[in-house]
Each structure stands twice: as structure tokens, then as C-alpha cells.
Design a protein around this ligand. Structure first.
Ligand code: NAD
Ligand code: UDP
Ligand code: UDP
Length: 330
């Protein structure tokens, strides 16, 4: 079995696995599962720009070829249509595991990618979620908080799936020495986000552009903290390259109620957009805000893009995708 250090050619004299400063390393071979999705495709852009060879593994369940099409023809880029629930044999240095069917098969996909990491000595990064904190009783949430998750609720499949994925990741780390990293991602938005998957930011933006009312669930006083995608990608790369396993919260501590978010969307797109209240879903977390002290201290990372700065960047992308090029309004 190869270790990650040997794989990168630094031998065991480099126990942290950190690439020594000043040493010009060769391009890495990196798998990004879910790389045709929203976050994955932005990560792929950065890795390709850095000079690495990137293999995207995606079954296009929610991802789109359009998100990575601009790399077609680049010899450093490969797109593999594959469901991570099935085993996969590749030779790679790093695995960013983003593919996440919102079903119990999430666990199987993670197991396979950990098996792959073990066989080839690759470093494995899991994109977990703030949902592992459930409806949190601690505010803001620190990584040491174990969470308040309903195991049999309507959202449990996603939350518990990610909690199990974290468990598997730590078991492969402790049990067979796989180098692992765990990110707990808080609500993230930006260009290429799915238009119709029901997330609040994509809903509000699409609704405002289409001159439909913004649908606020419940009383709209529940809070979330919204992170722009470039900040997340920077955090994921620092985590992968750094020497700490985590888990690390990656999120923007700027906290908004859904009504405040609706106001920002009105200011950005259409001050006359109406608000319509709808019944909330069951088990909706009341508040969520990351404590990011650990990432600040150990990764030297913090978000740079505020909601008011980031939202317009997403709006121009949505405008184009909804109305086509150069057409404004209906
Ligand atoms: P996304 O749906 O855009 O991307 C997921 C990608 O995985 C898609 O391209 C999809 O086609 C692919 N995929 C799904 N099941 C697959 C399978 N079985 N085999 C191969 N590919 C498969 O979602 P995203 O927002 O980019 O999320 C990326 C990761 O970050 C996910 O693991 C998600 O749980 C995590 N995350 C995201 C957020 C957020 O706010 N965006 C928050 C917390 C955690
Ligand atoms: N696996 C994979 N690619 C590999 C190595 C393993 O997809 O390169 C899968 C394998 O099919 C198995 C899972 O990863 O289902 C776990 O592998 P591991 O070797 O840890 O477990 P074992 O096969 O010994 O149960
Ligand atoms: N929400 C809303 N209107 C919508 C979609 C969602 O008010 O059209 C609320 C939802 O009830 C939740 C919050 O927005 O309180 C965030 O929902 P999302 O699904 O985006 O993220 P998550 O709940 O997974 O953090």
C-alpha cells in the first residue's frame, strides 16, 4: 500500500505530507467526484488553472456538462460518467469527494472513494455539511458540537448520511491510515447553482427574475449564513493542502433571516418583488451560523465576499440561464 508521502515522492521524512515550500512540485492527479456540479465545477476551474490534471467523476444526476464544457479538449482534463455507488479504479494523488446523492447511497459512494484512497495512497477530502449539527442547540456552531439531528425525520437521510460519511472517513483514517480531510460546508451560493432545486437563494433569485413572488417559508425569522462559492473553494483547497484533518467549518458567519435575505434580493434585483408566505417544512433548523475560528487559525482562511457583493455575480449567471444571452426581463 502506498502512503500519500511516498506517492508525492517525499518519502517518510515528511510526516505532515505538506509539500515543502520552495519545492516545485509536479502537477498532481486529482479526482473530483461531483465535479460537474455547482461547487465541484468551480473547484475544477481552480485546480486546472493551477496546472493539475483533473478527472471529474459525475453521473450528471444534478450536475451539468455545461459547467465543465470549457475544459473539453484540455489534455489535463477528463470527464468520466460514472455513479460512485459502483466501484472505480483510478490512479490518483488526491480525491475531492463531492458527489452526494441525497439518498442512503451517499454512504456507499463515500465507502468506495475511501477504498480507492486506501488502495492508491491518495489523500481524501470529504465535503460534509453544516446539517450534521441538525437543529442546533449551540449558537454559533463550533466543530466540537455533536449536533441535534432527528434520526427519523424527513431530512434525516441527508444529515445522517453525511454523519455516517464522516464516521467512515475517520475510521479509514484511524484504521488503515488513509490521509483524510473533512469540511463542514455551510449554505453556499453562486453562479452555476441549480436553478430549480428548491434552495432558498436560488429560489428567491429565480423568482425575482421571473417576476414571481418570493416564497418565504414559515415566519421567515429562521436564519442561515450564506457563503459565496469562491470563498468555499479557497477553503477546500487550503484544507486539502494543509496538515489538519478537521473537521473544519467552512462558511460565512454573516447571519440573515429569510426575510432579510428576501430584502437583499429585492434590493439587488427588483425592489417591487412581492413576498408570499408558505408553510415551512418539518424539522427546519431555526438558526445556523458557523464559528470559523478553527479555520482562521489553522488554515489561515476566512471568507472575503459578503452577501451583497456575491449575490449580483450569481444574478447575472441566472439571468443568462433563464432568459438566454442579452435578453433582459421576460
Ligand atoms: P451539486 O448537486 O451541484 O453537485 C453534486 C454533484 O454530484 C452533481 O454534479 C451530481 O451530478 C453529482 N452526483 C450525485 N450523485 C452522484 C453519484 N452517485 N455518482 C457520481 N456523481 C454524482 O451540489 P453542490 O452544491 O455542488 O454540492 C457539492 C457537495 O458539497 C455535496 O457533497 C454537498 O452535500 C456539499 N454541500 C454543499 C452545500 C451547498 O450549500 N452548496 C452545503 C453543504 C454541503
Ligand atoms: N474500491 C473502489 N476502488 C478502489 C478500491 C476499492 O471503488 O480502487 C471500493 C471497493 O469496491 C469496496 C470499497 O471501495 O466496495 C471499500 O474498499 P476496501 O478495500 O476498503 O474494503 P473491502 O473491499 O476490503 O471490503
Ligand atoms: N426557504 C424559504 N423559501 C424557499 C426555500 C427555502 O424560506 O423558497 C427557507 C427554508 O425553510 C430554510 C431556509 O430557507 O429555513 C434555507 O433553506 P435551504 O433549503 O436553502 O437550505 P438548508 O435548509 O438546507 O440550510
Amino acid at each position: 500500500k502506498l502512503s500519500y508521502q511516498h506517492r508525492l515522492g517525499f518519502g517518510s521524512g515528511n510526516p505532515t505530507g505538506k509539500i515543502p515550500l520552495g519545492l516545485k512540485r509536479k502537477g498532481l492527479r486529482i479526482v473530483v467526484t461531483g465535479g460537474a456540479g455547482f461547487v465541484g465545477s468551480h473547484l475544477v476551474d481552480r485546480l486546472i488553472a493551477r496546472g493539475d490534471s483533473v478527472m471529474v467523476v459525475d453521473n450528471f444526476f444534478t450536475g451539468r456538462k455545461e459547467n465543465v464544457m470549457h475544459h473539453f479538449g484540455n489534455p489535463n482534463f477528463e470527464l468520466i460518467r460514472h455513479d460512485v455507488v459502483e466501484p472505480l479504479l483510478l490512479e490518483v494523488d488526491q480525491i475531492y469527494h463531492l458527489a452526494c446523492p441525497a439518498s442512503p447511497t451517499n454512504v456507499v459512494g463515500t465507502l468506495n472513494m475511501l477504498g480507492l484512497a486506501k488502495r492508491v495512497g491518495a489523500r481524501f477530502l470529504l465535503t460534509s455539511t453544516s446539517e450534521v449539527y441538525g437543529d442546533p442547540l449551540q449558537h454559533p456552531q463550533k466543530e466540537t458540537y455533536w449536533g441535534n439531528v432527528n434520526p427519523i425525520g424527513v431530512r434525516s437521510c441527508y444529515d445522517e448520511g453525511k454523519r455516517t460519511a464522516e464516521t467512515l472517513t475517520m475510521d479509514y483514517h484511524r484504521g488503515v491510515g488513509v490521509e483524510v480531510r473533512i469540511a463542514r460546508i455551510f449554505n453556499t451560493y453562486g453562479p452555476r447553482m441549480c436553478i430549480d432545486d428548491g434552495r432558498v437563494v436560488s429560489n428567491f433569485v429565480a423568482q425575482a427574475l421571473r417576476k414571481e413572488p418570493l416564497t418565504v417559508y414559515g415566519d421567515g425569522k429562521q436564519t442561515r449564513s450564506f457563503q459565496y462559492v469562491s470563498d468555499l473553494v479557497e477553503g477546500l483547497m487550503r484544507l486539502m493542502e494543509g496538515e489538519h484533518v478537521g473537521p473544519f467549518n467552512l462558511g460565512n458567519p454573516g447571519e440573515f433571516t429569510m426575510l432579510e435575505l428576501a430584502e437583499v434580493v429585492q434590493e439587488t434585483i427588483d425592489p417591487n418583488a412581492k413576498i408570499e408566505f408558505r408553510q415551512n417544512t418539518e424539522d427546519d433548523p431555526h438558526k445556523r451560523k458557523p464559528d470559523i475560528e478553527r479555520a482562521k487559525e489553522l488554515l489561515g482562511w476566512e471568507p472575503k465576499v459578503s452577501l451583497r457583493k456575491g449575490l449580483p455575480l450569481m444574478v447575472s449567471d441566472f439571468r443568462q440561464r433563464i432568459f438566454g444571452d442579452h435578453k433582459e426581463g421576460s
